[in-house]
Design a binder for this molecule. Sequence first.
Ligand code: SF4
Length: 229
Amino acid sequence: MQDHTEKSADKAVGYIDSVYCGSGVDGAGLRCVVFFSGCNLRCPFCHNPETLVKRGEQTDADALAARLLRYKPYFRRGGVTVSGGEPFLQKEFALALSARLKERGINVCFETNGHITDAELIESGDLIVDVKNQETNDLSVYEQFFEECVRQKKDIKITNVLVPGKNDDREKLCALASLVHRYFPKKSVYFLPFRKLCAQKYEELGIPFPYSDIREAEEDDVAAAKKYF
Ligand code: SF4
């Protein structure tokens, strides 16, 4: 069946997996988080495997904005974070949602993997960019994205899931610091310690959790990584 999701720009229809209210870690203040369905990557540590495929609840930007506005008393000093999955894959839906929320005075933040450089999307909200360097040394994909952020003078937040034995060695950390400081000389990276709480989700979905045998990261690991910044 043909997918009309992004072609129905006038209706700005898209797919979401869920809405969660009460996050304190996905942007400034208390946040309501919308998880878009569908992702262009398959990170072996993914915490949200249920969002990888574009399926779930179909909705339009008006209906979703109205639903989110009901939670406004909870996130007065925070806002709405659009996560996933990869929110930049559903461009028209994401732009329409952001516009509708912002016209009601609500702060909007996108959590993206930085693999889709789109000036309009980058402009449409605050940004949290998670750099994926666990399985590769090639970080060139982020250059275009960061260049556009610099051009727009965006004050982005950069995160990185720290996975013991995968990206906590000197070479990986130096490469990450070098990439970040080339574009944002004073910026630090927020390390997110690798956790395995999501293992049950993989079990329920009947798919293997690729990093199931890797140990979780501890505070000491994060402290050691921070020294490179
Ligand atoms: S980019 Fe995010 S949602 Fe997509 S696979 Fe990686 S961790 Fe999961």
